[in-house]
Design a protein around this ligand. Sequence first.
Ligand code: ADP
Ligand code: MG
Length: 381
Amino acid sequence: MSATAFLRSRLVVAGLIALLLFGLERGNRADREFRETLYVFGTLVEVVIYDEAPAKARAATAALGQAFQRYHSDWHAWQPGELENLNAAIAAGTSYTVDPTLAAVLRQGSQLSCASGGLFDPAIGGLVGLWGFHADTPPQGARPAAADVDAFLAAHPGMSDLRFDGNRISSVNPAVQLDLGGFAKGVALDLAARDLAARGIHNAVLNAGGDVNVIGGHGARPWRVAIRDPFVWGAVAAISLRSGEVLYTSGNYERYLDHGGVRFSHILDPRTGLPVREIVSVSVLDTNGARADAAATALSVAGRDGWVDTARDMGVEAVLLIDAAGRSYATPAMAARLEPVAGVLPEGLQVIALPQIPVSGAPVSYQSARDQSQGQRCPVF
Ligand code: ADP
Ligand code: MG
């Protein structure tokens, strides 16, 4: 697929989500909406601002567009910019001073990675590249050579290899290559939502292809967001988001390597070096986009047996998970929020309680039970 066709298909996806989002609200309310589509990290971000003066909404959105451009070039995993400079320094065994925002993102990534027990690990850029996902279009080639994957596993790069000296960053392991793709959208939308609120915008939604942060509501009603069906065109359920809530979905339906009719997900298991196969979609409802995005990725890796522990360890309570056989599982907190689309909820939804739920809104530096048992602590910066 050409880059333009790929982008166009994403535009259609964004359009479908938007339709589902605001289907109930169409009509006389549309004239009170300000809409703009921005671009960041290979994804279109739809910004909808409700009930504000057009000039104010336009100025706020223009500022977001500029910020997204900065994040796009500063945090890009395979195009020239700050992150590429840092990756080059790490490979050369030296340090590099990044701007304060990127340093904060990397600290946040280290905490989230630790809380996930390493299932979410933005230091596995080398592996992501091996599988061909360092490109704007889905990879068409063959799977990587087993020897290359084995060499990656033997080098065992991880976020815990990073060392922070203020904004000067280095790694004790030269195999670390940073790729923020697993949570960059969440970080960017968190910053954008904060910026909109600071500009006095009271009602807005930021929608990056179904990954959503909301502020306020849509008139008297909440923003209603659909969760995509990973198997067929449509939605499995919808959720009415409260102000400050976020909903993030990781799935292998959008970006994958198609090889001999087999789809290889762009979510990779750092333990095996292989793409995730068991889980096709994980949605996390939370109040922090970075955590929700990272958790959706980590829970995909954790699989059917591990996801409840990983959710607890990362401090997320509301999860919907769909496996490759089409079975869906939800925590009680998520099940309570799912609304049927076209009159139906996911068939045979199994509600599974988390073993031990930390206090709602626990900080991302939450110390996991697994780490405690190993006598280690997640770093607190
Ligand atoms: P999406 O972009 O569809 O929302 P994710 O949030 O799960 O999906 O991000 C997937 C991206 O995260 C991959 O393209 C890759 O850049 C990166 N990635 C893949 N596996 C992992 C992992 N185990 N930990 C951290 N990042 C990952
Ligand atoms: Mg993610």
